[in-house]
Design a protein around this ligand. Structure first.
Ligand SMILES: [Fe+2]
Length: 161
């Protein structure tokens, strides 16, 4: 889990405790977004076979969109008054991706599972933000949720039999 440090700032009119708790969760979404970006690239680079082109193109669209999302999430953490960890190599911020590349379908199925987990996480953070009077973070999480649900549908449709 991402460890965030609350610094003394008040860009957002919410209690410090709530800002810290929301930012911590946004940090976890950031971490998962990095993992999904890297995994989408690994599929993009390793895909082969009949479905090469659609998967190669779709994963490129996904990692480009996820790259933009990273910036939105990190900047929200800053607006909420927390630091984004600068020690990327330590346990406070860890990103890793390990895919079973034994078959193209397996790789896509792993991406689908990661999108499903990301959608669940975005939904949880959206409702946490809503419960703590933060419509901005809620709105960002809704965007994440829309993206992941659409990605799940498209990836499933590509490998459907
Ligand atoms: Fe490429």
């Amino acid at each position: 889990m991402t460890v965030t440090k609350l610094v003394e700032t008040r860009n957002v009119d919410l209690p410090a405790k709530d800002r810290g708790a929301i930012a911590q969760r946004v940090g976890t979404v950031l971490e998962k977004t990095y993992e999904l970006l890297l995994s989408s690239q690994l599929v993009h680079w390793n895909v082969k076979g009949e479905l090469f082109l659609p998967i190669h193109q779709l994963t490129e669209q996904h990692y480009e969109a996820l790259f933009e999302t990273l910036d939105i999430l990190a900047e929200r953490m800053r607006a909420l008054g927390t630091e984004v960890p600068t020690d990327g190599a330590t346990k406070s911020f860890t990103v890793s991706a390990r895919l079973d590349g034994s078959s193209m379908v397996k790789m896509v199925e792993q991406l689908i599972a990661m999108h499903e987990a990301a959608a669940k996480g975005a939904r949880e953070v959206a409702s946490f933000a809503d419960d703590h009077d933060d419509p901005v973070t809620n709105d960002m999480m809704m965007d994440c949720l829309k993206f992941h649900e659409k990605a799940i549908w498209m990836l499933r449709a590509i490998v459907a039999k």
